[in-house]
Design a protein around this ligand. Structure first.
Ligand SMILES: NC(=O)c1ccc[n+]([C@@H]2O[C@H](COP(=O)([O-])OP(=O)(O)OC[C@H]3O[C@@H](n4cnc5c(N)ncnc54)[C@H](O)[C@@H]3O)[C@@H](O)[C@H]2O)c1
Length: 297
């Protein structure tokens, strides 16, 4: 089998985002948002980095500024309207405008991703098939995956409209927005909603020169996935989880890879930055499957 080399974390396009201001939600170090922020800064963007995880967020910003890039950290919970508005106001205060946005904040389940996993005590917040799922699980996942995106987009779009110079937004969905995902009803339903919200907005803001697309990945090696592995191990020990969990677990490229590797956050960043750049001038309303062929079979 011939391995496909992953995108080099150091690869970048010089000056692609010179004079551009990018806001990223979910920008903690190691996350898809964090890697995108780092590469965008290397390509000339000033980046407003937002996350709930203060320590991990500051690490992303330190990595950018220590390499000579421009970035500011804001600890905020974008599931709250006031925080979503505050992040855009802070972005304009710091950098004078907002050109581009990546809405990457999201959760797999209802637990707080900044707290260490304690699955025995977090049971009501964990993924479960509908007949076993709690109200808290449902509402928390929806708040963080889709209400947060509506609130972020509303604040971002109001600013872009005020500026009157167009813009581009990328929203992160998932393969779970394109297919079902066993044992994860709120995740799958909220990620389908990401695609719906993206398509809806692409229509309303096309006349304003604002392009809006979503990227929908399969397994990508980030803190979310490392936590999901721990959850799966715990669920198997408990005899819990969906009986259909093993139905499909790998993308085409993962199956074909000698080491069975998933995607890397740098591979996702490469596509996201393409969509945010003017090279994607003719693309809007797209639900792009950045999934190694997961949804091709
Ligand atoms: N990693 C994968 O395999 C995978 C697959 C499909 C989709 N996704 C999606 O990609 C996006 C990024 O995830 P990731 O893999 O980088 O995971 P991650 O957990 O590393 O990053 C997500 C970040 O969002 C932050 N966040 C969540 N809710 C927030 C809120 N309300 N306010 C502020 N920050 C918040 C978290 O603190 C976290 O740092 C998510 O939307 C996720 O659902 C990831």
């Amino acid at each position: 089998m011939a391995a496909i080399a992953p995108v080099d974390p150091k690869s970048f396009t010089p000056n692609r985002f010179a004079d551009q201001v990018l806001l990223v939600t979910g920008a903690a170090i190691g996350s898809i948002g964090g890697c995108t922020a780092i590469r965008a800064a290397h390509e000339g963007a000033a980046v407003m980095c937002v996350d709930r995880k203060a320590h991990e967020l500051h690490k992303t910003v330190e990595e950018i500024t220590s390499a000579g890039g421009r970035a500011v950290a804001l600890v905020a919970d974008v599931a709250k309207s006031a925080d979503a508005e505050r992040m855009v106001a802070e972005c304009v205060q710091q950098f004078g405008k907002l050109d581009l946005a990546l809405n990457a904040a999201g959760v797999m389940d209802g637990t707080d991703p900044s707290a260490p996993p304690d699955f025995d005590n977090q049971k009501p917040l964990l993924p479960a098939a509908i007949h076993l799922a709690s109200d808290d699980y449902w509402h928390t996942v929806f708040a963080n995956n889709i209400t947060s995106m509506f609130l972020s987009m509303r604040a971002e779009l109001r600013q872009m409209l005020e500026q009157g110079r167009g813009g581009a937004i990328v929203n992160i969905g998932s393969i779970a927005g394109l297919t079902g995902l066993p044992g994860n009803p709120a995740y799958s339903a909220s990620k389908h909603a990401v695609i719906g919200l993206t398509r809806n907005a692409s229509i309303d803001y096309a006349p304003h020169g604002i392009r809006i697309n979503s990227v929908n990945m399969a397994q990508t090696d980030t803190p979310m996935v490392f936590r999901a592995y721990e959850f799966v191990k715990w669920a198997m020990d408990q005899g819990a989880g969906s009986s259909m969990a093993g139905a499909k677990s790998q993308s085409l490229l993962q199956m074909a890879d000698p080491d069975k590797r998933g995607s890397t956050p740098w591979e996702q960043a490469a596509v996201i930055l393409f969509l945010l750049s003017n090279e994607a001038a003719n693309l809007t309303g797209l639900a792009m499957a950045t999934d190694g062929g997961w949804t091709a079979y």
